[in-house]
Design a protein around this ligand. Structure first.
Ligand code: WT7
Length: 577
């Protein structure tokens, strides 16, 4: 028994009254609960394991893991503490230093979660990258970050080997399942099942401002940017996990996101474990029956998912859900793309509970706008700002908040919350551009209604949001240009019933190449291999040339508008771009 709440307390959600929380809010509420005083050392790795064990929860399950092959493992908080100590010691012995970047390039295997904690414990910066990334997506990000080590598994090692010569800063590749493998120079095996567990490791005395996690995210121009987070982000992640996801001591929590993306670290590692919550991880792809079976078997009570996943479930109808006993579910939340009202209504029908939309970004590090437990959900709305976050819809001309409700503008946030990014890696100009008139600009457009609920309108840039994953058009266009047949390229968003948006490419061919379905398929696969299945164009239109402005910049908007049935707009002004 780990539950400490009475039945009466259980009926109440953690946040209690939103209005009361707004009044007199202070992040010190979280700091006090975590037993942390400003100026004290603060290490996320220690907080996720040692602190929880000190609370008497060493024997409580932390990770209930299931692999794609049906294998199961359970790790307690005590296991996580000792194993992450062991990883920290191994990395230190390998000569890795605090503040160096250590990349996690792993499927959702237990080693990913344990190494994440271990890296933070020895003071290095974790750089999680999605294991479906191809060589080019991987090398761009490792090169930019000057990454010193990559932790990976056998199946992904060939990709790392092929790009290694281009990465002068990369000294060590750690393989977590190297059995039977002939390792090369600079490659080491780390088998957590045989590595001695370590009772004590001198935890790196990070402060709230010490860099912790580096997450790459895509923008309109240039290659992806590394959003630099700090150990102090824990304060926001701890409290939002409590108040928005409503995590309670006897919950079994499931977050669908891969830690290659920020949801998978902020709420797939840090948020739940800093609260001492048991989480279940399923290391396999989507399947309605597989997912429902997992919820049933594991008794999932809080589920953090995404609109695309919900739309995929909807295709199988509510009956598919009703074939399982999903009565353990208590609270549902979603993130990453607009959550359409139909999905909220459908979830009431299928699960007897609404999905609560939450809005945030890689850069914000934590949920900043959301629908709260115990507060009426307005289907289609993202909800209200988290207490402690000042959010407004800004007039795009003046960057002052709109005074009347219902007017479209850019979502701005007042800087200063604990988990805000502290910069983009190697890119101070890109960071400076995110701030105007004292606001951090999200780059998303929205309205606010008279009750203070935010409604998403669209992005303010050319970034493509496919199934909750951001894809930078520049990255796709650069990959397309590497194909021998491609002379010019542009990538834009095209509407899609499940993924909301998919990548559509416009390509002008070099002389001597003939457009056709074979070439289309070949180019698609070329991008898939270099970047990822997510960034692969779902359609390629072969065109004679691409629309450009006078300075030669490709006008993606002209290509995008017809896909959405929108007017192209005034071309003469576009030409002035
Ligand atoms: C972008 C951030 C941090 C969450 C995972 C994605 C879009 C996010 C919502 C939502 C409409 C949303 C925005 C945002 N987005 N949540 N609830 N409704 N749009 O993090 O990869 O940095 O993407 O995703 O456009 O800026 P990310």
């Amino acid at each position: 028994m780990y539950a400490t709440e009475t039945l009466e307390e259980k009926r109440l959600c953690n946040i209690g009254s939103y209005e009361e929380r707004l009044r007199g809010f202070d992040w010190a509420i979280a700091e006090k609960e975590m037993g942390w005083g400003r100026g004290d050392p603060l290490n996320i790795g220690w907080n996720l394991t040692d602190r929880i064990c000190r609370l008497g929860l060493a024997k409580k399950p932390a990770l209930l893991w299931e692999g794609s092959d049906g294998r199961e493992r359970t790790y307690t908080f005590g296991d996580l503490r000792l194993l992450s100590n062991a990883v920290a010691a191994v990395l230190s012995r390998l000569g890795l230093e605090p503040s160096e970047r250590v990349c996690l390039f792993l499927d959702r295997v237990p080693e990913l979660y344990i190494a994440f904690i271990g890296i933070l414990k020895m003071g290095a910066i974790v750089q999680p990258l999605f294991s479906a990334f191809g060589e080019e997506s991987l090398s761009t990000r490792l090169l930019d970050a000057g990454t010193a080590a990559v932790v990976t598994q056998k199946k992904h090692l060939p990709k790392v080997r092929r790009i290694r010569a281009q990465l002068p800063a990369l000294r060590t590749v750690v393989v977590v399942d190297a059995e039977g493998l002939a390792l090369k120079d600079g490659e080491v095996a780390l088998d957590l099942d045989s590595e001695p567990r370590l009772e004590r490791f001198p935890i790196f005395p990070a402060t709230a401002e010490t860099p912790s996690v580096l997450h790459y995210t895509s923008g309109t121009t240039g290659q992806p940017k590394g959003a630099q987070h700090v150990h102090g982000s824990l304060v926001s992640q701890y409290l939002t996990a409590r108040w928005v996801l409503d995590l309670k001591s006897d919950d079994v929590y499931w977050c669908n996101a891969d830690p290659g993306w920020v949801t998978g670290t902020s709420y797939g590692i840090i948020g739940p474990w800093s609260n001492g919550i048991t989480q279940a991880v399923l290391d396999s792809g989507f399947g309605a029956d597989r997912w429902y079976g997992f919820i049933e078997r594991r008794g999932i009570s809080v589920w953090y998912s995404a609109p695309t996943a919900i739309r995929l479930l909807m295709r199988d109808g509510p009956q598919a859900a009703k074939r399982h006993d999903l009565s353990s579910l208590r609270h549902l939340a979603s993130v990453g793309e607009p959550l359409n009202p139909e999905a909220v209504h459908w979830s009431r029908e299928a699960f007897g509970l609404p999905f609560h939309d939450t809005y945030w970004q890689t850069e914000t590090g934590c949920i900043v706008i959301s629908n709260y437990p115990g507060m009426p959900v307005k289907p289609g709305s993202m909800g209200k700002p988290f207490p402690g976050i000042a959010a407004a819809v800004l007039d795009p001309a003046t960057f002052e908040p709109h005074r009347e409700p219902g007017r479209v503008g850019v979502i701005g946030l007042r800087p200063g919350w604990p988990s805000m990014l502290r910069g983009y890696w190697n890119n101070p100009d890109g960071y400076a551009k995110k701030f105007t008139n004292g606001w951090y600009l999200t780059g998303d457009r929205a309205t606010v209604d008279a009750d203070g609920y935010f409604w998403f309108v669209g992005r303010d840039d050319d970034v493509i949001n496919t199934g909750g994953h951001l894809v930078g058009p520049f990255e796709v266009e650069s990959a397309l240009l590497e194909h021998p047949a491609v002379a010019e390229s542009a990538a834009v968003a095209k509407p899609d019933p499940v993924n909301m948006e998919v990548v559509k490419a416009f390509v002008a061919l070099k002389p001597g190449f003939t457009p056709g379905p074979d070439l289309e398929l070949e180019i698609m696969n070329f991008v898939r291999k270099r970047l990822s299945p997510i960034a692969m164009p779902q359609e390629i239109a072969f065109v004679a040339s691409l629309p450009r402005n006078r300075s030669g910049k490709i006008l993606r908007r002209v290509l995008r508008a017809p896909e959405w049935g929108e007017p192209i707009g005034d071309i003469s002004t576009l030409m002035e771009d």
